[in-house]
Design a protein around this ligand. Structure first.
Ligand SMILES: Cc1cc2nc3c(=O)[nH]c(=O)nc-3n(C[C@H](O)[C@H](O)[C@H](O)COP(=O)(O)O)c2cc1C
Length: 201
């Protein structure tokens, strides 16, 4: 697919067919993810891939409150055959930037303009979303509620040095999938409102 077409078609998909996804496509998405830029080429990211039904079910169990009835969001999302959890490691960045070519040997977090560890995991995540479009699949990036983070870590053995930045569902769209989420109630901001040329005014 042509690049502009990939960008134009990308949107978050929240209803999936339970058709399996070709593992080669998931591999391609991950291969693209690790082509993302990273500060100091730190590559302090990791991707937990859940592509077996029991693991995916476990993910939804530990990210939802027990007894809660599945709402339509959850009902649509949980049929996705693959969930990828991109993680970032602050420690990897502090360590990398303490190396001689960077020289931040105090590992002082205040030196960082913004948390580059999360930024890089986000850039990698976008490449997963774009690869999904290119492969004719749907995907959705979503947050893991803070109250469920510990249970996700426990369930899947995510080490303390890594933080999940969110999760990505991947799968074939449900045949009757319709646009959903905030994009159905909010307009995309006009480019002129968000681009400031020369000065902000
Ligand atoms: C950092 C981030 C967090 C998001 N969290 C959620 C979420 O928890 N649940 C959800 O359904 N969508 C989530 N989204 C998707 C946004 O709602 C969506 O990107 C936005 O409404 C624009 O729609 P589009 O991506 O389909 O163009 C998230 C997107 C980003 C970038």
């Amino acid at each position: 697919m042509e690049f502009q077409e990939v960008v134009r078609r990308r949107r978050m998909i929240r209803e999936y067919a339970d058709t399996p996804v070709d593992p080669a496509v998931v591999d391609r998405a991950l291969a693209n993810a690790v082509r993302a830029p990273s500060a100091g080429f730190s590559q302090g990211w990791a991707f937990l891939v859940l592509d077996q039904r029991p693991d995916v079910e476990r993910f939804w169990e530990v990210t939802t409150t027990p007894g809660e009835l599945p709402d339509s969001w959850l009902a649509g999302m949980r049929t996705a055959p693959v969930v990828v959890i991109p993680c970032s490691s602050k420690a990897a960045y502090l360590g990398r930037y303490a190396e001689p070519d960077k020289g931040w040997t105090d590992e002082d977090e205040a030196r960082w303009p913004v948390p580059f560890w999360h930024m890089d995991a986000a850039m990698a995540s976008l490449l997963i979303l774009l690869t999904a479009v290119d492969e004719g699949l749907g995907s959705c990036f979503f947050g893991i509620p803070p109250e469920h983070e510990a249970t996700v870590r426990d369930a899947f053995g995510i080490p303390a040095a890594f933080d999940p930045v969110g999760a990505i569902t991947l799968g074939h769209r449900a045949p009757d999938e319709a646009p959903s989420g905030s994009a159905t109630t909010r307009q995309r901001k006009p480019q002129a409102d968000v681009v400031h040329r020369g000065s902000w005014g």
